[in-house]
Design a protein around this ligand. Sequence first.
Ligand code: NAD
Length: 216
Amino acid sequence: MRIAEPTVERLVLYARLLKRLQEEGVDVISSQEIGDELGLKASQVRKDLSYFGEIGKRGVGYSVPRLCEHLEAILSPPRVWRIAMVGVGRLGGALLGYGPLQNEKFKMVALFDVDPAKVGRIFRGAPCFHVDRIADVIAELAIEVFILTVPAEAAQSVVDRIASSSFVKGILNFAPAPIVAPKEILVYNVDISVELEKLLFYLKQRESQSAHFVLE
Ligand code: NAD
């Protein structure tokens, strides 16, 4: 089943919220409450969850532990992904300190850089290797997924080194460079400025709709 990207994003938000509520000891939650917490319409929440087979009881709501387990099962296969990061600079360092990246679904097993001040050190429990060793370390540690936070001009050469290994299945690329990888590797680009442009586009649309409404 191919699930649209915005739906997957909402599922991640539901799972995160439900996990927090479970830790707080909340047993039951309504679609309205989930929507209020996440800034979504209750009808959207109901639609998303019923699509994945989870139907709340009318007037009662959803069981938090059950929904939490259900979302976890949809979002993550029952195994731990072994991930690594290339480029332990400002962005890489910030991501390493980002709470949700310390997760039972994936383990950051290695870091790579070229800076002698970083190579050989351990950051947040993960050892930093020189990027020249990347092929060997991928094989030794069976790394499957990479986060790329190197300067744009270094991105493709790093991807080429990563792609020479048959272990790697995915790359989350933060570098603003059009990288090319073999089709066996799924590349996902993240760019905060694109997200901001999207927000501004929708804000502009909203403004022109309300101006239209006033004119009518
Ligand atoms: P930075 O200079 O602080 O860090 C880059 C790190 O990469 C450094 O530690 C450097 O030693 C290392 N590096 C350089 N060449 C390398 C190579 N060949 N192999 C391995 N490591 C190498 O830069 P930053 O501010 O952390 O930004 C990193 C990247 O992220 C840049 O491409 C930047 O444009 C991008 N960025 C993207 C977003 C986004 O939303 N996608 C946001 C901010 C920054």
